[in-house]
Write a protein that binds this ligand. Structure first.
Ligand code: AMP
Length: 219
């Protein structure tokens, strides 16, 4: 059971790549951004608290995101699966929509968009100690700043994310520089950082990431 952090600036392609890697290597994909958007969409008390923060492009509180990760790690394997994963598992086992899903062993997890502050890194370490997990690698998708800006603007034209507007995008990049970039140094010092060139096409970056993951997961 491995724990792998996929790190990158907004626009680096973390979400796209984490989805592809989760599918290929049968990993659980935990995206704090997705979890928060679900809370907002469902209008939960937590969703109501974070909605405006996300719409401004600010980071939500460390306690909130670490709480979401802790809850996800506490739930069983099958509760971590999204609807699509559940459907795949049902098909593979020849089960109907109401049959209980079989439990699988503790899965490997890819973390997308988390941790985003040094404080979150420290809280994650504490959480891992409690859950008897350990961090295996932090893979950083490196993309030059001008390419990031180009991609986010391109995404903004087609996405219906309320935080993909011109002004909010600029603020998200500022938040990244001020609060999230220091996470790289935090992991560099501990020797757990692997950098992958993410400046090219999705498939090129994916090939590089797959090579790293293949090595990581079979070690
Ligand atoms: P993402 O989908 O990863 O781009 O995240 C969308 C938004 O959710 C961010 O701009 C933040 O407002 C919030 N968010 C997601 N992950 C975190 C995190 N680890 N820490 C703080 N805020 C987060």
């Amino acid at each position: 059971m491995k724990n792998i952090i996929l790190f990158g600036a907004p626009g680096a392609g973390k979400g796209t790549q984490a989805t592809l890697l989760a599918e290929k290597f049968d990993l659980i994909h935990l995206s704090t951004g997705e979890m928060l958007r679900n809370e907002v969409a469902q209008g939960t008390p937590l969703g109501l608290r974070v909605k405006d923060i996300m719409n401004r492009g600010d980071l939500v509180g460390d306690d909130i995101v670490v709480g979401l990760i802790a809850k996800a790690l506490d739930s069983g394997r099958n509760e971590l699966l999204d609807e699509w994963d559940q459907l795949r598992l049902r098909r593979a086992c020849g089960l109907g929509p109401d049959d209980p899903l079989p439990e699988k062993p503790q899965p490997s997890i890819i973390y997308d968009g988390f941790p985003r502050t040094v404080q979150q890194c420290q809280m994650l370490e504490f959480l891992f100690q409690k859950k008897q997990r350990k961090l295996d690698a932090v893979i950083s998708i490196d993309v030059p700043q001008e390419e990031l800006v180009r991609r986010i603007h391109e995404r903004a034209m087609v996405s219906n994310r309320s935080d993909d507007t011109e002004e909010v995008i600029r603020h998200r990049l500022e938040e990244y520089e001020a609060k999230t970039r220091p996470v790289l140094d935090y992991y560099k010092v501990s020797g757990r950082l692997i950098s992958v060139d993410g400046s090219g096409e999705i498939s090129e970056t994916n090939t590089r990431l797959c090579q790293v993951l293949q090595y990581m997961l079979t070690r």
